[in-house]
Design a protein around this ligand. Structure first.
Ligand code: CA
Ligand code: CA
Length: 285
C-alpha cells in the first residue's frame, strides 16, 4: 500500500503550535504566559498565584484582576496595576514566577494607559533579569503617561532623551527582543548588539540596541519579569499611576515577523550610501 507523509505534516505542525500557546508550558518556545483569566474578577493577585512570585496590595498600591472596561476586547480579563497616592511613599513589587532562563528571546505585553488616571513621578518600570530588584535586573523600560523610555545604570534610572510616545486610551502591544549574550544576534526583524534590546510598539520598531540597566552582570539568564516604580517621601516625585495589562508572554524564540518599516528605512539608506560611495570612487578613478 502506498503511504504519503503529506497529510501527517500539517497535523504535527498545528499540534506544536497549540502546545506553544499553553500557559507555563514546557515547550522551548513559550517560557511564560499570563492572560489574567484564572482569577476571580475584582480579586487581588497574590503570590499564591502560580504566575506571580511577589505582588503588592497595600497602602493604595494595587495588583488585581479586572474584567470591566473591555480594554482588550469583550469578556477579556486583565491585570490592573496601580499606585493611587502621591503621599504613600509605598514600594511596588509585582514579580512573575521564575521561568526557564534564556539569554535571548522576546517579551510581549498588551497595555492600556488611560489619560484620566492620576499620574505622578517617573512611571512604571518593566524590569527583567535573573530575579526581582535592581541587583538582579539586566534590562529596564519605563512605561507611563504616553511615553516609553530606556532605563540605564545601577539604579535603573529613566533616560528622558530616549522617550518614544504611544497613544493613550487605546490598547497597545509592546514587544522587546533581548540579547544578553556577548555576541550580536541576527533575527528576522534585524540585528541586535551584545547586551542590548530592540523594542517594538504595535509591530513597529521604536528602539534599537538599547543597553542594559541594573546590577545583574551582563550575560545573566533572563528568568523573571517584574513591575516596579520609584517611590519618594516627596509628594512632588512620589510615583502614582495606573496601567492595565494583558497577555504577558516570554518566549525563547523571536517572532518579530519581518523587518519593520523603520529598519527597512535604515537598510534602504545604508544601501543608497554604499551606491553613492561606489559612484564617487568610480568617478575619481
Ligand atoms: Ca486576558
Ligand atoms: Ca505613590
Amino acid at each position: 500500500m502506498k503511504t504519503s507523509n503529506s497529510k501527517l505534516t500539517p497535523i504535527l505542525f498545528s499540534a506544536s503550535i497549540l502546545a506553544g500557546a499553553l500557559p507555563l508550558t514546557s515547550s522551548a518556545e513559550v517560557l511564560y504566559f499570563e492572560n489574567f483569566e484564572s482569577y476571580t474578577p475584582g480579586s487581588a493577585i497574590t503570590s499564591a498565584s502560580p504566575y506571580w512570585s511577589s505582588t503588592t496590595n497595600t497602602n493604595d498600591v494595587y495588583f488585581e484582576a479586572h474584567d470591566s472596561g473591555d480594554y482588550f476586547g469583550a469578556d477579556n480579563q486583565y491585570g490592573y496595576i496601580a499606585d493611587t497616592s502621591v503621599t504613600n511613599n509605598q514600594n511596588m513589587s509585582d514579580a512573575t514566577s521564575s521561568f526557564t532562563g534564556t539569554y535571548t528571546g522576546q517579551i510581549d505585553l498588551d497595555f492600556y494607559d488611560a489619560s484620566d488616571d492620576l499620574f505622578n513621578g517617573a512611571g512604571f518600570i518593566l524590569r527583567f533579569g535573573t530575579g526581582d530588584g535592581n541587583t538582579k535586573t539586566s534590562f529596564g523600560i519605563y512605561i507611563q503617561n504616553g511615553e516609553i523610555m530606556k532605563a540605564y545604570g545601577q539604579y535603573v534610572t529613566r533616560d528622558p532623551a530616549t522617550a518614544v510616545t504611544y497613544d493613550m486610551d487605546t490598547a497597545n502591544t509592546l514587544s522587546i527582543v533581548f540579547n544578553n549574550t556577548d555576541e550580536s544576534m541576527i533575527y528576522a526583524g534585524g540585528s541586535i548588539a551584545a547586551y542590548s534590546m530592540d523594542v517594538y510598539l504595535n509591530g513597529v520598531q521604536i528602539a534599537h540596541d538599547w543597553g542594559t540597566a541594573g546590577e545583574d552582570p551582563a550575560g545573566s539568564l533572563i528568568q523573571m519579569v517584574n513591575f516596579n516604580a520609584k517611590r519618594s517621601a516627596n509628594s512632588e516625585s512620589d510615583f502614582a499611576g495606573t496601567l492595565y495589562l494583558d497577555n504577558l508572554k516570554v518566549s525563547s524564540d523571536i517572532s518579530i515577523p519581518e523587518p519593520s518599516s523603520s529598519y527597512m528605512l535604515i537598510a534602504g539608506l545604508a544601501g543608497m550610501l554604499i551606491a553613492l560611495r561606489k559612484r564617487l570612487l568610480k568617478q575619481r578613478s
